[in-house]
Design a protein around this ligand. Sequence first.
Ligand code: PB1
Length: 322
Amino acid sequence: MRRFRRLRATPAMRKMVRETRLSAADMIYPIFVEEGEGLTAPVESMPTVYRYSIDRLEEILPQIAESGIAGLLIFGVPKHKDEFATEAYCDEGVTQQAIRYIKKNYPELIVIADVCLCEYTNHGHCGVICGEKILNDETLPLLSKMAVSMAKAGADIIAPSDMMDGRVAAIRAALDENGYIDVPIMSYSAKFASGYYSPFRDAADSAPSFGDRKTYQMDPANRREALREIADDIEEGADMVMVKPALPYLDILREARDMTDLPLAAYNVSGEFSMVKAAAKLGWIDEKRIVMENMTAIKRAGADIIITYHALDAAKWLREDD
Ligand code: PB1
């Protein structure tokens, strides 16, 4: 009889043989920067998450810098939104200004710029529209301009979350043509048309004004197509790839890990976060235990990098337990 329990006998023995280990350095914290002044606006559906105006970023940046997490993923919330997302690629846009501020005051922090039109369009779609059609090829130049503008502002990594076909190659070419040959692309490669994004859409005012994102984000039912999407982004020049959401897609994460050695990110999205927070608020779960179990599951499935709104809490708990 094999006595598995010999290696479970004590906390020290369990720690020695533990197969999956978490580190704050694995984690990225998403933040929302809103155009304006004196703003620290709570996101009701995401407890502990706020929209900060640039003059209020000092309320969160020191915590991020001191936490030991790898960096932050920045989402802008501009005042002006229009059909062609012009604020997205304005060098004086709120996101570009925020990136400049962060890199000036916290140069060691990695800043990842999300590149997508949905927060900047008045229709809330991730691309240019004609009637109710989201135009793929017409969107690529705008994403490219946005990526260059974010790199110019100082973003360390460009993360296209739009799911237009061919955008990685287009953005890579634009970055290179403008001298940003050293700025890597973390592509949202296998991004599903998920119900788990609704709290984010509250936070970023980015819900589509008509229809949905199913003609560009992936069908949750499609496993093989996810692997084709990841392979295609690698072919187009992605330096890192991603599966999003995370917990409902651990099978995809595992297969992605088995198909590539590139750095693999998983985005533990707003709905996954809000559900944990809601159950914890109701006293139905042990928040710390559930969060650390969820992070471990995402890491065990193969993620190198975890984008999560739990990052600051998880980093604190890891310090406490070390
Ligand atoms: O936390 C989240 O829910 C992330 C949502 C994600 C951000 N990249 C998007 C989801 C969506 O609204 O479809 C935004 C798409 N560019």
